[in-house]
Design a protein around this ligand. Structure first.
Ligand code: FAD
Length: 382
């Protein structure tokens, strides 16, 4: 199919049942399921590749997670069965480590972390130390992130492993960040470095892109990359009976009520002539002096034995128009604004807003698959 045809949109009048905007996980699950129901689907994607933020690319025999470390985890067997029909997964367990000025600590906070910090050996000793440090708050109800963190894990962990890292992530002092951001801090009184509590966890052998490739490889689906919906929004709305939109909801309505806030990221990737750079897939830099938040060494996701290695430094930054919006900032102001956009969306009967940008919600991969399958049920029934 010629690109010009797609760009003019109306050429397709009557040819498709759905236009899916965005070839990320939400759009691709929807397109796949709609195609299985016999619907004709056109997928457009503004990037030059499919798979959205789960895109991985092979470089030097290593699967590079181009948009940050992605570890699949879920306790929902249905979702696990769903995703594993598209790829075989390995036994990867997420056990990131923190580097605070050269001191290494295990994450999530567990007995290994507490032993290294305080020399404590038993869970009772660790709990006593945490309780002693939490006491500085005098039972005050936490009003900001700093107080919330101290109330959960005490002052030492807050100072070394939370404060500066969180400030780099959000670009604000922890005293100005709301407490709810860290409502749940995984704290384990066991010697268990496994970050997730989920039943199923792993990385697709050979990367994530194949999953989306297989979802979209159906005779009822046409895919075009390098096409921005907003270049021909009016024509697309006229030409397709229904649109599944997974881009930014505020942009769809031309920022009518103002911009929703997002956090963006900058990735700096290097190929190194060493076999093993940091000995772990993910190392978080939790001090203020290191400008990046973490370094990913991609080969460790698949236990790679290549001669070279590839690392990515991840920097967090404020989103401005034109940047990739990676994380919605779900504070009170933005949630309120999003509700206003939702009211407009409800009036747009032929458009379904889905995914982390369409629904302005941080979704992990298992959650976005579940949301897309829910949306499929809404469209086609069980
Ligand atoms: C740094 C980072 C790390 C993460 N780590 C994990 C993890 O370890 N485990 C986990 O489960 N989840 C993780 N996630 C979440 C995961 O990436 C998401 O759940 C998933 O990618 C969301 O899919 P989506 O389809 O909603 O969005 P996206 O993947 O963003 O797909 C939306 C697509 O729409 C396209 N698009 C937008 N606007 C337009 C337009 N106007 N025209 C055409 N196309 C458009 C975009 O280019 C994009 O490709 C992480 C996310 C980030 C940012």
């Amino acid at each position: 199919m010629e690109k010009e045809e797609v760009a003019t949109g109306h050429t397709f009048f009557g040819m498709y049942d759905y236009l899916v905007v965005g070839a990320g996980l939400f759009g691709s699950v929807f397109a796949h399921e709609a195609a299985l129901k016999g619907k004709k689907v056109m997928v457009i994607e503004k990037r030059d590749h499919i798979a959205g933020n789960i895109y991985t690319k092979e470089v030097e025999g290593i699967q590079v997670h181009e948009y940050g470390a992605h570890i699949f985890h879920t306790s929902d067997k249905e979702i696990w069965d769903y995703v594993t029909q598209f790829a075989e997964f390995n036994r990867y367990t997420n056990s990131p480590v923190a580097n605070y000025k050269g001191e290494i600590y295990n994450l999530p906070f567990n007995m290994n972390t507490f032993n290294k910090l305080w020399g404590v050996v038993t869970p009772a000793e660790a709990q006593a130390k945490i309780d002693e440090q939490r006491a500085v708050l005098n039972s005050k109800i936490p009003e900001n992130l700093e107080e919330q963190a101290i109330s959960l894990v005490g002052t030492d962990i807050y100072e070394k492993l939370i404060k500066d890292y969180t400030e780099k992530q959000w670009g604000k002092p922890t005293t100005e960040l709301p407490a709810f951001i860290i409502r749940r801090l995984p704290v384990r009184l066991t010697y268990d470095n496994n970050y997730f509590n989920d039943t199923y966890q792993g990385i697709p052998i050979g990367g994530y892109t194949q999953i989306v490739e297989k979802m979209l490889a159906h005779e009822n689906i046409d895919v075009e990359t390098g096409i921005d919906f907003f270049d021909k929004k009016g024509e697309y709305l006229k030409s397709f009976p229904k649109i599944v939109f997974t881009g930014m909801i505020d942009q769809f309505f031309d920022y009518e009520f103002g911009e929703l806030e997002y956090r963006s990221l900058h990735f700096d990737t290097e190929i190194l002539n060493v076999e093993n750079y940091q000995g772990n897939a993910v190392v978080n830099y939790t001090d203020a002096e290191t400008p990046y938040t973490r370094i990913i060494e991609h080969k460790h996701f698949e236990f790679g034995m290549q001669d070279k290695t590839i690392i990515t430094k991840e920097y967090s930054k404020t989103w401005t128009r034109g940047d990739e919006p990676y994380y919605p900032v779900n504070n009170e102001r933005n949630n309120h604004l999003y509700k206003e956009y939702q009211k407009l969306a409800a009036k747009q009967k032929n458009v379904i807003f889905g995914g982390r940008l369409g629904q302005y919600c941080y979704y992990d991969m298992h959650q976005v698959i579940a949301a897309a399958l829910q949306c499929v049920k809404g469209e086609f029934g069980e």
